[in-house]
Design a protein around this ligand. Structure first.
Ligand code: NAP
Length: 300
């Protein structure tokens, strides 16, 4: 049995086209959505994502700018800047680099944003709303994994699925979405993590596996049940065996081991990544719609 590759491009293209149509369809004189990405500056590994955000924003008609914290800026400077962005009516969406090193407190900082502007849905207000099944924004990566499962018709509704990884920004929100009551989901969810004693036993009987770890080679045919579908959210950079001195992106799945064993597999790169960026842009457009509608109501 050949293992199908679940590419993200068709889903990302459709989402981006929808976002672009919404933005260009707004009446004349309405400024387009504006996204600000806040980060620590030149040393930040987040820089890689900034270029991707910039390209995606241009493709759907969003205004984008990135803001580096001034050298030596501390937690109170970050809080003050995020509070300003929250009050600024020309900014509809804000992203904050994650994780942030000590002494920064990511949750305190992102808490300065109203939930509409916290477009990656990682602040405690949005996460709490997710638990209450009323998210304004859920993390883009979690929505992307779900969008792939839906697009390719993977077994999820009423099925036993496993999420490997339980971080507050990826694994946990995804498990909440999967266990939720949205149409076509209602999964029976197991969450595995670094203290899970027997990963093979945790995965046994699952039909769809979402891996959100960042540990290349974690998923092989020794642990994945035959025929299971694998959505590989993990993203790690490893040395490129073909080009010494260069690196390549890999997921958690050992594709060579799973070929001919798993039912299907998202490639890395080219699987979850492009859909995540498209979902993020869609959240920015939604933030813009919500905030513009509120402004119009308040002006009446
Ligand atoms: P993280 O905060 O480091 O969390 C990793 C999770 O994996 C933790 O819950 C950890 O368990 C668990 N884990 C570690 N080793 C394990 C093992 N041997 N077996 C089972 N579980 C294990 O990382 P993250 O921010 O959630 O990101 C997860 C991955 O997704 C990373 O590779 C990241 O780069 C990737 N990512 C991809 C996208 C995309 O668009 N494709 C977007 C965002 C993130 P504990 O909780 O017990 O420590």
């Amino acid at each position: 049995m050949a293992t199908a590759r679940l590419f993200g491009k068709p889903i990302a293209d459709a989402l981006n086209a929808e976002s672009r149509a919404t933005v260009t369809g707004a009446g004349p004189g309405i400024p387009p959505p504006s996204l600000v990405s806040v980060h620590r500056g030149v040393d930040s590994p987040f820089r890689f994502y900034l270029r991707r955000q910039e390209r995606a924003a241009a493709a759907v008609g969003l205004r984008f700018r990135d803001e580096a914290l001034a050298p030596g800026a501390g937690p109170s400077d970050l809080l003050a800047r995020l509070s300003e962005l929250d009050r600024d009516p020309s900014v509809h969406a804000v992203l904050l680099e994650h994780p942030l090193p000590a002494p920064f407190d990511f949750y305190r900082a992102v808490g300065a944003l109203r939930p509409e502007k916290d477009v990656d849905g990682v602040g405690t207000q949005n996460l709490g709303r997710l638990v209450a099944q009323r998210p304004i924004h859920a993390p883009a990566v979690a929505r992307a994994a779900l969008a792939i499962a839906r697009h390719y018709g993977l077994p999820v509704e009423g099925e036993r699925v496993v999420v490997v990884g339980r971080s507050e920004t990826v694994g946990l929100p995804l498990s909440l979405l999967l266990a939720g009551k949205a149409e076509g989901i209602h999964a029976t969810v197991t969450v595995a993590h670094s203290r899970t004693k027997d990963l093979r036993a945790a995965l046994a009987g699952s039909r769809t596996i979402f891996s959100c770890v960042g540990h290349p080679g974690l998923l092989t045919r020794a642990v994945v049940p035959e025929g299971a579908h694998v959505i590989d959210v993990g993203l790690s950079s490893v040395p490129d065996p073909a080009q010494p001195g260069r690196s390549i992106a890999v997921g958690d799945a050992d594709a060579a081991s799973l070929d001919g064993w798993a039912g299907s597999l998202t490639p890395v790169p080219g699987g979850v990544g492009p859909v995540t960026v498209a979902e993020l842009m869609a959240s920015c457009v939604r933030a813009w719609q919500l905030l513009t509608a509120r402004e119009a109501t308040e002006a009446r």
